[in-house]
Design a protein around this ligand. Structure first.
Ligand code: FES
Length: 157
């Protein structure tokens, strides 16, 4: 195993050539990256031509703001409860205020702890956990940061 360090804000430093790394991968190889947003943006660009299932990344912070426009209802399929999500609140805020507390941790859409199955409605995905294909399926949501594109979401809670 070989280990090398690259620093891009040091005298005589050179930036890690992510494009060269991505292009040199054998077919079917998986590539992983975690780090700050600018580095992950460069990584996403460098790996754009690879199969999405082979590209993995982990963010340290949210990329976009949580959905807090509100104005929709969340129906909880198991309990039959309905929770109104008001402006300024996330779905998680509204659930907790309504006495329902699903598991959660980061509250930034990066850990996946708060994932809930969507039974009806279209989420406004704001997380960094689900892939583009998973978001397009609209069958799960991170309730800490994502909202709704429809007047009602039915969740498996
Ligand atoms: S609590 Fe981490 S993604 Fe929602």
């Amino acid at each position: 195993m070989e280990l090398s360090f690259n620093f891009d804000q040091e005298p005589d430093s050179r930036r890690l050539d992510l494009t060269a790394i991505a292009q040199a991968l054998p077919p079917g190889a998986h590539i992983y990256c975690c780090g700050p947003l600018p580095m992950l943006a460069a990584y996403e660009q460098a790996t754009a031509g690879l199969p999405p299932g082979c590209v993995h990344m982990e963010y340290f912070a949210a990329k976009e703001a949580a959905a807090t426009d509100g104005g929709f209802v969340v129906e909880l399929a198991r309990s039959g409860k309905t929770v109104q999500v008001r402006a300024g609140q996330t779905i998680l805020d509204s659930l907790i205020a309504g006495g329902v507390e699903p598991p959660y941790s980061c509250q930034e859409g990066i850990c996946g702890t708060c994932e809930v199955r969507v039974m009806a409605g279209i989420p406004d995905h704001r997380d960094l956990v689900l892939s583009s294909a998973e978001k397009a399926a609209n069958d799960r949501i991170m309730v800490c940061c994502s909202g709704s594109k429809t007047p009602k979401l039915v969740l498996d809670l």
